[in-house]
Design a protein around this ligand. Structure first.
Ligand SMILES: [Zn+2]
Length: 201
């Protein structure tokens, strides 16, 4: 494994073989990491939050739970999870999300960062709209949803195991808002040696 630090507001893409593990670490606490995952043999099949909660019957996956694809197949398993609070509801932030809701006019967000690092794999921005938002806290109250500050502490780690050969993209979330407890920070990754496909930092 090799440690990669994704700086605030940036992204990285890497590949994992079935059975390999990787870790997503929040080094400073209260920082969200947006994660997408694609079947490496056919990237039209990708992680689906909706089919994940259809399969797992929960909106906060944690240790022992699996993430499923648009075809209902397992793609990643949560092997270990220090935090337990992650989000399946929200689409990744992008230029209009950070502009309209966080006052960051003229900036891009996680969607643009993920598109940049996945372009070389033939994955377009149009295919990037469903993420697992690691360490993000969403709340539902009488069917209304809102974003709360993350509960992740410095050093909190999620260990994933690949259930198929996959391409994974991860962005350190760009929102200077409640979503990241007010300020953006880096995300650390432990990933297999030589697995990096692209990074935009
Ligand atoms: Zn974001």
């Amino acid at each position: 494994m090799v440690r990669e630090r994704v700086p605030e507001k940036h992204g990285i893409a890497f590949e994992v073989d079935r059975g390999e593990r990787f870790e997503v670490i929040d080094p400073k606490g209260s920082q969200v990491a947006d994660l997408v995952a694609f079947d490496r043999s056919d990237t039209t099949e990708r992680f689906s939050p909706k089919y994940t909660y259809r399969r797992e019957n929960k909106l906060r996956p944690t240790t022992g739970d699996r993430l499923y694809t648009t075809e209902g197949e397992p793609i990643l398993t949560f092997v270990d999870d220090d935090c337990g609070v992650h989000d399946l509801l929200y689409a990744p932030c992008n230029h209009w999300v950070v502009g309209d809701y966080y006052g960051q006019t003229g900036e891009g967000g996680c969607r643009e960062n993920l598109a940049e690092v996945l372009e070389g794999e033939g994955i377009s921005e149009a295919e990037i709209q469903e993420t697992l938002n690691v360490f993000m806290k969403s709340e539902i109250d009488d069917y209304e949803v809102r974003i709360a500050e993350p509960e992740s502490e410095p050093g909190d780690t999620v260990v994933f195991e690949a259930e198929m050969d996959a391409i994974v993209g991860i962005a350190a979330c760009s929102g200077e808002s409640t979503v990241n407890a007010g300020g953006t920070k880096p995300i650390d990754l432990d990933i297999p040696d030589g697995s990096v496909l692209a990074r935009n930092f």
